[in-house]
Design a protein around this ligand. Structure first.
Ligand code: NAD
Ligand code: UD2
Length: 312
């Protein structure tokens, strides 16, 4: 059994990852500033250090632990996970999203007397920006449109430095649109599925931005965390990155219709203006993921949506 640090562990994806790590018998501790995460997302007894991932001292302390026990690896998920927020607070989100990642890589190289420990970190499909290739393979051109996407691309570049210069093994995962239980439906920065699911379940109207024919590749959170844990078991040289996606496109309109059908509620759909800079098509090619880890993201959208609605 191993001991891991999970940054951002009180958040949506982090809490599912921790559930899986604990079920496998691992020991976990968390560094989180509780800006969007909640302690209540985690079972009692998981130690949470409240601190900023961009604070190098806090990250070092979290990796070494109060008793100096160290860790066998780090899952790095802490970030301001919002494109909109990165527009409003450019420098502040940059600290969390890129400086925080460098702080994690830096601490990982000194985390153990035995040598650097692996870091599995969250990147994003936002690194592709407006690249219209469909589906997107990992070697498609990266051209981020947002500070969020630019910082995630920066994380991938620094992962190469971590690996090549400092011997820190890493794996980066370009998450496409993740959904599932515990994605906060009340946050204005939340994903479309949790916003629509919450509103439809309460009998409230939903607002579709633009014509609703933009498409996304929605991935169920419980599928995603299997790759993170698998990657920790098999660190690979060369700072690899992987799309985490299904390869299946779903339009925003279709999503709204399926959610209304599953919840047995009438659909009150209104159209608002298109979101500035909204990406039209974002669908990933999961071939590298499947070939490397031998499993695909197989939860059908309707099953994942049912589980999401049941949680509300
Ligand atoms: P989330 O907001 O639920 O989780 C992020 C966690 O990080 C929260 O617990 C928050 O309190 C914490 N955090 C934020 N800033 C911090 C800081 N400076 N120091 C310490 N902790 C901090 O979001 P999520 O959806 O669970 O995202 C997890 C990761 O996945 C992020 O890196 C995000 O960029 C990435 N990601 C998410 C999606 C998605 O669709 N949800 C898509 C692509 C990438
Ligand atoms: C997602 C991620 C982001 C980044 C990006 C990668 C979330 C919350 N954000 O951004 O972190 O990784 O993917 O490209 O998962 N929409 C509506 N009405 C609403 C809300 C959204 O029509 O009330 C539309 C929105 O305009 C967009 C689509 O739904 O076309 C998806 O929006 P989103 O905010 O869930 O995610 P996205 O793809 O912008």
């Amino acid at each position: 059994m191993a001991r891991y640090l999970v940054t951002g562990g009180c958040g949506f994806i982090g809490s599912h990852l921790i559930e899986r790590l604990l079920a496998a018998g691992h020991e976990v501790r968390v560094l989180d500033d509780l800006s969007t995460g909640k302690r209540g997302n985690l079972p009692d007894g998981v130690p949470v250090m409240v601190g900023d991932v961009a604070d190098a001292e806090a990250v070092r302390a979290a990796m070494s632990g109060e008793d100096g026990s160290g860790v066998d690896g780090c899952f790095h998920l802490a970030a301001v996970a919002s494109v909109d927020r990165s527009r409003e607070a450019w420098l502040e989100t940059h600290h969390a999203n890129l400086s925080g990642t460098i702080a994690v890589f830096d601490a990982a190289r000194r985390a153990n007397p035995a040598g650097p420990v692996p870091v599995i970190y969250a990147s994003s499909a936002a690194v592709y920006g407006d690249n219209p290739q469909m589906p997107l393979t990992e070697d498609a051109a990266t051209r981020p449109l947002s500070a969020y996407g630019a910082d995630k691309l920066g994380c991938e570049l620094h992962a190469r430095v971590a690996d090549g210069v400092h011997g820190v093994p890493t794996a980066g995962f370009r998450f496409f649109n993740v959904y599932g239980p515990r994605q906060d439906p009340k946050s204005p920065y939340s994903g479309v599925i949790s916003i629509f699911a919450g509103r439809i379940a309460r009998g409230e109207p939903i607002t579709v931005n633009g014509d609703g024919e933009q498409v996304r590749d929605f991935i169920f959170v419980k599928d995603l965390v299997r790759y993170l844990t698998a990657a920790m078991g098999h660190p690979r040289p060369g700072a690899p990155v992987y799309n985490v996606c299904t390869g299946r496109p779903t339009s925003v309109n279709r999503l709204a219709e399926v959610l209304a059908e599953l919840s047995g509620r009438p659909l009150d759909r209104r159209h608002g203006p298109a979101r500035p800079g909204d990406i039209r098509v974002s669908v990933g090619d999961p071939s590298r993921l499947v070939a490397t880890f031998g499993m695909s993201c197989d939860t059908p959208l309707e099953d994942g949506l049912r589980q999401t609605l049941a949680w509300l």
